[in-house]
Design a protein around this ligand. Structure first.
Ligand code: SF4
Length: 420
């Protein structure tokens, strides 16, 4: 759910400006990107390339340098979450994990309940890596499972089979030290309701997972999988109606199991699972990016870091932020953040809560822009009737929450800027 930002020509200037106007302490999250993967998964838009041991080691050292350099600028803030995303952060060697986690703890004021997530892949998640992660503060593993179905996994380019997935998850959960969650995909080519039911039953009955994220497959032309489907090497992916059936199936099964719903895309089996990074991020709080290709937000700007290794090396060594671009967020972002946060995390919409973020002189205009849309969405079965002024998303609304948020954000922005 992106928000339009006006590109700025001087990204470094924007960063310095954002840093200067940033007044802590406030909720802050860090995103640390490890771009490399050992193999490409055909459904994934984030594949960057693989790295040799030497390249990965140098990258970890540069990343540590970047973390040290910028730590002093955030010393007044409380860091609520740290997310190692990728790529494949679990491909870091134990010594590299230790270096980054120790650097982080020495240089940033982590909240006592700071959630530190390591995105992990089943292949290569060895005990020495788990040890290095746990003994240096990782308290959440987000594991890319996608499906437990071996044939379906193989058709997506995943190399490990169902038994390997269960064995790895079992080793992680047996530590009883961290939340362990899985990413599960729906709408995959050839995925039937029976196959998805099998995955849900497996999680409920054969694992001790703390929770899972339930993501819809989004196909676009640049994906390897889209080409495979076009060439009829794999069956077509589920259409809109098929995806909605799978989404509803999951909601019903998890409802029957008494699973806690954290947000539109996330379920918790165990109280220790908070999904804090994604939940806080949905409200568009400051997110400080580190590493190649990382994205973040600070002040009134959005930033993207370079994905070119030589540029990254040069900028980190020169002590500049390794940015490739920046965009200025509009003033109406304040209302947009409330719309996005409510729909995703609370799964409802309270117009009054949204309007609190709108300057008083613009409030009536924004209210009048939102009201007819909300009524129309109620007619289409996206929202329930309001209770206490708050409308809940229906199952269809939760399925379409990102598009719904986009429509409301656009209407609020136009009214804010006097365009309607
Ligand atoms: S799904 Fe994960 S491991 Fe596979 S290509 Fe994407 S980022 Fe890499």
């Amino acid at each position: 759910m992106g928000y339009p930002a006006e590109p700025v020509t001087d990204a470094q200037g924007a960063w310095n400006n954002a840093l200067a106007s940033f007044s802590g302490p406030q909720e802050t999250i860090l995103y640390i990107h490890i771009p490399f993967c050992r193999t490409r998964c055909s459904f994934c838009p984030f594949y960057y390339g693989s790295a040799t041991d030497e390249e990965r080691k140098e990258y970890a050292e540069l990343l540590a340098e970047e973390l040290v350099h910028w730590g002093k600028f955030f010393s007044r803030d409380t860091v609520n979450t740290v997310y190692f995303g990728g790529g494949t952060p679990s491909d870091l060697a134990p010594s590299e994990l230790e270096l980054l986690l120790k650097t982080l703890r020495r240089n940033y004021p982590l909240a006592n309940d700071c959630e530190i997530t390591l995105e992990s892949r089943i292949d290569g998640l060895t005990d020495d890596k788990i040890d290095a992660a746990l003994s240096n503060g990782v308290n959440r593993f987000s594991v890319g499972v996608q499906t437990f179905h071996t044939d379906l996994r193989r058709s997506l380019g995943r190399t490990s089979d169902r038994n390997a997935v269960l064995e790895t998850l079992g080793r992680l959960t047996a530590r009883n030290q961290a939340s362990v969650t899985a990413d599960i995909l729906y709408g995959l080519p050839g995925q039937t309701e029976e196959m998805l039911s099998g995955d849900l039953e497996t999680m409920l009955r054969e694992t001790r997972l703390s929770g899972f994220s339930f993501y819809r497959l989004h196909l676009h032309d640049r994906l390897h999988l889209a080409r495979e489907i076009a060439e009829k090497r794999v069956p077509p992916a589920s259409d809109e109606a098929g995806c909605f059936s799978l989404f509803e199936l999951c909601e019903k099964r998890m409802g029957a199991a008494g699973t806690r719903r954290i947000s539109c895309k996330h379920y918790a089996f165990h109280p220790r699972e908070r999904n804090l990074h994604n939940e806080i991020s949905a409200w568009k709080v400051p997110c400080i990016p580190f590493g190649m290709n990382a994205g973040g937000r600070l002040g009134t700007f959005r930033f993207k870091q370079t994905g070119i290794p030589a540029d990254y090396r040069e900028m980190v060594r020169a002590g500049t932020k390794p940015l490739s671009s920046a965009g200025k967020l509009p003033d109406d972002f304040a209302a947009g953040a409330r719309i996005a946060g409510q729909l995703n995390c609370r799964m409802n919409f309270d117009p009054e809560f949204t309007l609190e973020a709108v300057p008083e002189e613009k409030r009536e205009r924004v209210r009048h822009a939102l009201e007819p849309l909300l009524s129309e969405m109620e007619t289409r079965g996206i929202f329930t009737k309001p209770e206490y002024g708050v409308r809940s998303l229906t199952a269809r609304g939760r399925f379409h929450f990102a598009e719904t948020a986009g429509v409301l954000m656009e209407a609020a922005a136009e009214a804010w800027n006097g365009e309607i």
